[in-house]
Design a protein around this ligand. Structure first.
Ligand code: GTP
Ligand code: MG
Length: 172
């Protein structure tokens, strides 16, 4: 029998790493070169079909990365089944920030939460990369996180990221 399973997903990460852009690519298959910084948080939904019988519906909370909104984050990750923590491969500070979010999730979120680390703006890898893939990959393996480099701009690994998460969710 066909089934639709719903899961709550939260995006976290420093401002301007491309959280909203990843969601816009995933939900509407669009990209804006000039996106407004998110205020508070935005809510969107999208489905992923895993097989003819199984559809996963993501209820997505796209949080605001600016420091002034930091205290709101627990409201969005508290009941989350999964989290995408995003950094920008051209900005070393954004990986430090991502690691801080991951530590916070490991301490405060549901112990079964599935966490994915996404190194976004991979389209800039050849000219502006500041974080080697291997460095983030090693950290992700140590912390038991899913990991992909993505580009909201050219679509690299965006649907793959959400599908990878969907496959890790408890589907029974
Ligand atoms: P806050 O809402 O402030 O937390 O930022 P955000 O993480 O949602 O970033 P947003 O999606 O608004 O993107 C910030 C800027 O980066 C925008 O100018 C985007 O066009 C750009 N951007 C986002 N993703 C990519 C990408 O994959 N490649 C490139 N080259 N630019 C990107
Ligand atoms: Mg945003």
């Amino acid at each position: 029998n066909p089934r639709m399973l719903q899961f709550k997903l939260v995006l976290l990460g420093e401002s301007a790493v491309g959280k909203s852009s990843l969601v816009l690519r995933f939900v509407k298959d669009q990209f804006d070169d000039y996106r407004e910084s998110t205020i508070g948080a935005a809510f969107l939904t999208q489905t992923v079909s895993l097989d003819p019988q199984t559809t996963v519906k993501f209820e997505i909370w796209d949080t605001a990365g600016q420091e002034r909104y930091k205290s709101l984050a627990p409201m969005y990750y508290r009941n989350a089944n999964c989290a995408v923590v995003v950094y920008d491969i051209t900005q070393p500070s954004s990986l430090d920030k991502a690691k801080a979010w991951i530590r916070e999730l490991q301490r405060q979120a549901d112990p079964n939460i599935i966490i994915a680390l996404a190194g976004n703006k991979a389209d800039l890898a050849s000219t502006r990369r500041a974080i080697p893939t291997e460095e983030a990959e090693k950290y992700a393996a140590e912390e038991n996180l899913l990991f992909l480099e993505t580009s909201a701009k050219n679509s690299l690994n965006v649907s793959e990221l959400f599908t990878m998460i969907a496959r890790k969710l408890p589907l029974e």
